[in-house]
Design a protein around this ligand. Structure first.
Ligand SMILES: Cc1cc2nc3c(=O)[nH]c(=O)nc-3n(C[C@H](O)[C@H](O)[C@H](O)COP(=O)(O)OP(=O)(O)OC[C@H]3O[C@@H](n4cnc5c(N)ncnc54)[C@H](O)[C@@H]3O)c2cc1C
Length: 330
């Protein structure tokens, strides 16, 4: 039985992505069950400094100019070689554009089972179990990790990133890169995002609108509420895809990860790609006409109500409260 738990460390422009720490925390839990080490796989160029706070027993570091930036071709070749040389019990990848891209390719190439959208991994009485959020977050699937080796893609929420960080640098082992010839994909250039208007990642109060807002003409309703609350409007992907708000306001997998004190979700279903951007919010409040909407699974408070009935009344109440000195100070 293989005992190592591998974690692919995702990094971008000199920074380790938060999901990497979440996966290391999950890997520590699995390693409790296998009795083996947690091994971080760090691929890059002059990137060994990124290993310093990884909560791993060992870091396998592969350095090559072609690995300076992520490309699926080069990463897949390196990972496949590492996996074949010393197969682990599991390889954890982020359910991110990087991890999801690699996981399918590796699964097909190595003939390994893939468990995706994992939120929680546990080691119980020798069994390694997972909870996976499937069908757009409507179902939580539980099962045992297939043996002898499983590929896993993880979403945040089940483990805190701090649990995957360590004050003691791990052992760093340099592994020679394979030939990496005939790469069909290379990075040409980075296109910087547009100038920020407001940084939603730093806003303490967010009023988020989803497809339930119906059209751009209804946005002022949410803006008025945000203004009354002293907050900022952000959105789910359909709203941004329609061009009703700029991409700087997008929350989720392809947008920003936010951590406000209050996240008020108006007409948002709670798809995993959206939810993964909001799980660090202190309080999530969901407003949705569908009582079965998955957003209610992550919300502390929820109201099954038409947002068009609620928002104007709520805005008025907040304004009144703010203009009452005793309440405004509270
Ligand atoms: C690779 C990939 C990346 C993605 N990245 C992101 C991302 O970063 N961010 C993101 O948000 N999505 C992302 N998505 C899309 C995601 O899967 C969902 O499609 C999207 O989040 C759904 O947005 P929504 O909840 O606004 O719309 P819907 O799922 O259509 O939900 C609308 C909700 O509004 C409710 N509603 C309708 N009318 C009202 C009303 N009058 N009052 C109250 N409630 C009402 C409905 O009941 C429903 O629950 C990504 C998808 C993929 C495949």
């Amino acid at each position: 039985m293989h005992r190592e738990i591998y974690v692919l460390v995702e990094h971008l422009r000199g920074q380790v992505a938060e999901i990497s720490y979440v996966m290391l925390a999950a890997a520590r839990e699995l390693a409790r069950g296998t009795g083996g080490p947690v091994v971080a796989l760090l691929l890059g160029h002059d990137a060994q400094a990124l290993a310093k706070d990884l909560a791993a027993d060992r870091v396998l570091y592969v350095d090559h100019p072609a690995l300076a930036e992520f490309t699926p071709d080069a990463y897949r070749q390196v990972l496949a070689e590492l996996m074949e040389k010393e197969p682990p019990r599991a390889l954890l990848l982020g359910e991110t554009s990087i991890g999801a891209d690699l996981a399918g390719r590796l699964s097909a190439q190595l003939g390994l089972p893939l468990v995706s959208y994992c939120r929680t991994l546990r080691a119980d009485d020798g069994a390694l179990t997972f909870v996976s959020q499937i069908c757009g977050g409507r179902l939580m699937a539980e099962g045992e990790l297939p043996a002898p080796t499983a590929l896993v893609t993880m979403i945040p929420g089940g483990f805190k990133p701090e649990q995957g960080q360590s004050a003691h640098p791990p052992e760093l082992v340099s592994v020679p890169a394979p030939a990496l010839e005939g790469l069909r994909i290379t990075l040409k250039q980075y296109i910087e995002p547009e100038e920020e208007d407001v940084d939603i990642a730093k806003a303490p109060i967010l009023v988020a609108v989803g497809r339930g807002i119906q059209n751009q003409d209804n946005l002022p309703l949410a803006e008025a509420l945000a203004e009354a609350l002293g907050g900022v409007v952000c959105a789910s992907r359909p709203v941004v895809d329609q061009g009703w708000l700029p991409t700087t306001r997008l929350v989720g997998k392809s947008g920003k990860r936010v951590r406000p004190k209050v996240y008020l979700a108006l007409g948002i279903s709670g798809a995993p790609e959206h939810v993964q951007g909001i799980t660090d919010s202190e309080v999530i409040i969901a407003v949705n006409t569908d009582p079965a909407a998955p957003i209610f699974n992550v919300a502390r408070y929820g109201a099954v109500v038409d947002l068009f009935d609620l928002v104007p009344v709520l805005t008025e109440k907040v304004r009144q409260a703010r203009s009452t000195p005793a309440l405004a100070a509270a």
